[in-house]
Design a protein around this ligand. Structure first.
Ligand SMILES: [Zn+2]
Length: 246
């Protein structure tokens, strides 16, 4: 989970965080800076987020310098994460996730079709060496259809409930993040949120809604999120279990 949109540095109980972006090897990479009472800088690369933890004295310019120096290493590690993701998708599957449930895939030979029937994904396709790739693509297309009819409506409903009104909501398939938001109020939601149980997709939506108010991971941001979603900590932990399935 991450967000975007540059913003001013906000102080929050001796700790502050902002989002920034840098071009490494011709590729734009978003990252988060977290300042705290530490003495050295550390680069953390999670599947969905590059984070730099650094001492309070580190300037944004110095942090850019650190990232540029480690550019090759960062790109190599990112490449590894992405290659693993591709390998996973090309593997034959027996089930797909939908709303937190693993639904068995039943494949038959025939004209391409895809649907959920009685808790099982029923797929017709040409059965050959590339069938699993077509099935994966059909699943993602099906998920997108569900996402388009559900996510914007759900985001409006949750926003209404807490008085947070995004100006625009888009749904896209994204490989590395559940969603993003800008301080101008644009919400971008990953269609793959549909693989999650409702309580976790609600968490991800509320997380991004709160980012339209605080475009960072400051103390104020987490306080706002806690006030609209109880047990943020558990949701964050649970979300990690699904990161590999996106
Ligand atoms: Zn976030």
């Amino acid at each position: 989970m991450a967000l975007m949109g540059g913003s001013g540095r906000r102080a929050a109980k001796g700790r502050a965080a902002v989002q920034d972006r840098i071009v490494l090897g011709g590729r734009e990479i978003r990252y988060e800076i977290v300042w705290s009472n530490r003495t050295t800088a550390e680069i953390q690369l999670e599947p969905d987020l590059l984070r730099v933890r650094c001492p309070m004295s580190a300037t944004r310019g110095r942090i850019r310098g650190i990232l540029a120096r480690h550019g090759d290493d960062i790109l190599r590690r990112l490449g590894g994460i992405e290659a693993e993701r591709r390998r996973r998708r090309a593997r034959p599957r027996e089930s797909f996730l939908y709303r937190g449930r693993w639904c068995q895939i039943v494949a038959t030979e025939g004209k391409q079709s895809f649907g959920l029937k009685n808790g099982k994904f029923v797929v017709s396709t040409t059965v050959d060496g590339r069938a699993h790739e077509r099935i994966d693509a059909a699943y993602r297309e099906w998920i997108m259809g569900r996402a388009l009819s559900y996510l914007p409506k759900r985001a409006r409903l949750l926003g209404d409930r807490h008085g947070i009104w995004p100006s625009r909501i888009t749904v896209r398939q994204q490989a590395t993040r559940w969603g993003s938001a800008t301080s101008k109020g644009t919400l971008s939601l990953n269609s793959m949120l549909m693989i999650l149980p409702v309580r976790l997709s609600d968490y991800a939506i509320l997380h991004e809604l709160c980012h339209t108010i605080y475009p960072n991971h400051s103390g104020e941001f987490w306080a706002l999120l806690e006030s609209v979603y109880p047990n943020v900590k558990r949701a964050k932990e649970d979300l990690k279990k699904y990161a590999d399935e996106v």
